[in-house]
Ligand binder design. Structure first.
Ligand SMILES: CC(C)(COP(=O)(O)OP(=O)(O)OC[C@H]1O[C@@H](n2cnc3c(N)ncnc32)[C@H](O)[C@@H]1OP(=O)(O)O)[C@@H](O)C(=O)NCCC(=O)NCCS
Length: 158
């Protein structure tokens, strides 16, 4: 049995290139999105309750121990924006996404954050359902937000 748990993440610019490569590999395999290393470095993800990494403790500190990323950024005065949320396919639909969400929600509410928003592919109905069940709704469509596809902006109260 693996020992998988969410831990606080470092800023992308504070981790090694091998770990950033593992993050880019996760984005590619689970979302089909190609991120350059320089894009990760310029995302501006702080070290805070909105920066979580899902780790297989039996494999740590190998980069392959990374099984998921949950990255949020402060956005305007009372909101956060989810910039990346991805879990290795083998560990999806086991409650890990929901537990990252609950951890983030509790601590953001304590900080006075009121709203959360994000962008999601129009075709990604599984993720849209996940967010809908957490009180978010589609507020607009963003034409060609992704290289080959439209996106939805979703917003909700925390
Ligand atoms: C979207 C994503 C982050 C959600 O994370 P997840 O870990 O799969 O989500 P969860 O397992 O917590 O919840 C999904 C559903 O799985 C089921 N589930 C939850 N716990 C479970 C368990 N212990 N056993 C079996 N099924 C379970 C539930 O039906 C749950 O629905 P809920 O929303 O009512 O809780 C993840 O599926 C993912 O990485 N997808 C690919 C990348 C992606 O689309 N990212 C979003 C981009 S905007």
């Amino acid at each position: 049995m693996s020992d998988i748990q969410w831990v606080y993440g470092l800023k992308p610019e504070s981790i090694t290139v091998e770990w950033r490569n593992r993050i880019r590999q996760l984005f590619l395999s689970e979302t089909n999105e190609i991120y350059a290393d320089s894009s990760l470095l310029s995302l501006g993800i702080p070290e805070w309750d909105g920066n979580l990494m899902l780790i297989d403790r039996d494999k740590y500190p190998e980069p392959s121990s990374l099984k998921g990323i949950f990255w949020c950024k402060p956005f305007m005065s009372e909101s956060i924006r989810i910039v990346a949320f991805v879990i290795d396919k083998k560990f999806q639909s086991k409650g890990f996404g929901g537990s990252a969400w609950s951890t983030m929600q509790k601590s953001m509410k304590e900080k006075g954050v009121k709203y959360v928003q994000l962008e999601v592919r129009c075709s990604n109905t599984k993720a849209q359902e996940f967010y809908r069940r957490r009180g978010m709704e589609i507020i607009s469509r963003i034409d060609m937000y992704y290289k080959n596809e439209h996106g939805y902006m979703m917003k909700g109260e925390l």
